[in-house]
Structures are given as C-alpha cells and as structure tokens.
Design a protein around this ligand. Structure first.
Ligand code: PEP
Length: 253
C-alpha cells in the first residue's frame, strides 16, 4: 500500500538554532494533534544530527536535501549518504530542480546518488519536473520520462519500490503559481503508467508520488484529493509550523 506523505524541504534556510526551534515547535504541534499521513522534514546537513533526536520518530522522519555521488574520500565539502544515515536521517531529496539547474546534476550523477542512498538504507525522494518552456511546448511527459529513464530505469523493481517520487513543475516552485489539480492528476497518472510499464503494476500502485510547487494550506486538499497525488513536497510553507501543519491537515476529513 502506498503511503500519503507530506515532506518539507527547508532548502538553505534557518541557522542551527532556528532549525532546532522549528523542529521542536513542529514536534509539539504534531504530538498533540497527530497527523493522518507520514511527515518528513528535510533539513540542511548541519541540522540533521541535532534535529533527529528531538523529533518523535513515530510522527516525524528526518531527511537530507542532497548527498554526494561518491561513497567517501577526497571530495572536499561533500557529505556522503553513509554520513547522512549516521545522523539518524532516513530520507534524502535527490534531483531537486535547484540542484539540477544550479549545480549541474545530470541524470548520470543522480543515478550514482540514488544507488549510494539505497545502499546506505536511505529512501530517496526523487524529484522530476519540467520548466515553463517545456510545459508550454507540451513536452512535460517527455521530460519526466527522460528524467526517470536516465536515473531510475536501471534499478531492479525491488530497489525502485523503495523510492518516493516528487513531481515538481519548475515553473511552480517558489513562484506562487501552482499546477491545477487537473494538471497534477494528469501527469501523476502518466508517471504511474510509466512506472507500471517499466517495473510492473504492483510496484506502480505502491509508489508514493508527491506534488511540489507552491503548495499551501489553501490548495493542498484539492491537490491531494486526486487519486494519483499521494501528498506533497513543500518548500516555503515548510518554514512555518502553521502553514506546514495546515498542509498536513489536508489529509484529515
Ligand atoms: C520545493 O522546492 O521543493 C518546493 C516545492 O518549493 P515551494 O513549495 O516553495 O514552491
């Protein structure tokens, strides 16, 4: 059975002290009013070891926003998947459009990162999505197909089934523009059909596919109500407990 998930991506925000305060406040809010979905917070590397012990593991899981494409060694400034796992983190965002666009992360590099994450017991939250010109040219299906093929088609069905996908139209990230519920459902259903063809219907039915891009308490319910949208990857709204909890509560009746 696939899970409903709301995952926060803090990006490069919050000092260590501010991050601890945010995680503490979220933990308090969700222990007194339990969520109906899995909740994940993905934080900068330096927050991980401090945040994992202060959240209730049964309610909030922790993830990183990236990991290296190498296992260990002379790669100054990099953080490996095994280092991430050693903090108690369970997830790692890979292939975020900001990493692809600003740090030159190619499908081949991302393939290595996915393999290392899986080898170290981390669940990748693998991001795919088209830019505005591609959407306007009607190429969104082709773009997400190529992103899936380039980094994930080489996996066994067993390994693929450990992955969470996030469809994030780049034109909706941090812009205030959200895909309509119909646009989200249409492409999520397409993504699931691609998975079914490559890895089988059972794997496709069990894959959580999150929507990301200017998701807020006011639009989360409509987006998550779609049969192929299994929750959200949340950027800006994850930095406020009220907004993040408002999105989590979209899974309540
Ligand atoms: C993101 O960066 O993953 C994201 C969805 O950002 P935002 O919610 O701010 O659009």
């Amino acid at each position: 059975m696939r899970k409903n998930i709301v995952a926060g991506n803090w990006k490069m925000n919050k000092t260590l002290q501010e991050g601890i305060a945010l995680a503490t406040e979220l933990n308090e809010a969700l222990t007194s009013d339990k969520p109906n979905c899995e909740v994940i917070i993905c934080t900068p590397f330096i927050h991980l070891a401090s945040v994992t012990p202060i959240v209730d593991k049964g309610i909030i899981a922790v993830g990183a926003e990236n990991c290296a494409d190498k296992a260990s060694g002379a790669y100054t400034g990099e953080v490996s998947a095994s280092m991430v796992a050693s903090t108690g983190a369970q997830y790692v965002i890979l292939g975020h459009s900001e990493r692809r666009a600003y740090y030159g992360e190619t499908p081949e590099i991302l393939k290595e990162k996915v393999l290392l994450a899986l080898a170290n017991g981390l669940t990748p939250i693998f991001c795919i999505g088209e830019v505005l010109e591609e959407r306007e040219a009607g190429k969104q299906n082709e773009v997400v197909y190529n992103q899936l093929e380039g980094s994930l088609f080489g996996l066994s069905a067993e390994d693929f089934s450990k992955i969470v996908l996030a469809y994030e139209p780049v034109w909706a990230i941090g812009t205030g523009k959200t895909a309509t519920a119909e646009q989200a459902q249409e492409i999520h259903a397409y993504i699931r059909s691609v998975i079914a063809k490559q890895f089988g219907k059972e794997v496709a039915d069990n894959t959580s596919i999150l929507y990301g891009g200017s998701c807020k308490p006011s639009n989360a319910k409509e987006l998550f109500a779609n049969p192929d949208v299994d929750g959200g990857l949340i950027g800006g709204a994850a930095l406020s407990v009220a907004d993040f909890k408002g999105i989590i509560d979209a899974f309540k009746a």
